[in-house]
Design a binder for this molecule. Sequence first.
Ligand code: RB5
Length: 152
Amino acid sequence: MKIAIGADHAGYRLKDVIVPLLHKLGHEVSDVGCDCADSVDYPDYAIPVCDMVVKGEAERGILICGTGIGMSIAANKTPGIRCALVHDLFSAKATREHNDTNVLAMGERVIGPGLAEEIVKVWLETPFSGGERHQNRIRKVMELEDKQALHP
Ligand code: RB5
């Protein structure tokens, strides 16, 4: 799978754990940064990762900041993106099965690297259930993007 990943200054250390894991699992990784503790703005990393997913240049995106909250808010402003902020294994599985999320957000200040690695593995491995009720709910959410485009 092609995976785009980005982090801010509060998430780049966890990104440095996740990138080698992705390589080990056989994925192709596009790392948009950042790579040091100098203060940056999380939207500057969320936006390029989400653009790559929407354009089909990456199948999935992973975003990391201190809490994961800023990254998930920014990601979910991008039409075509369904981003879940995940800090437990149950949600990692459920958000793929029920929400067909294409971007995963995590907070480096919230969870340790061991749990984050397991979350990434489960989130990448779990397919969308394809259930009609879930498709219907996702469609209703995605239709909001069309409404917003017509009535900004
Ligand atoms: C940076 O201090 C922090 O605000 C950011 O990483 C993130 O947690 C925002 O939601």
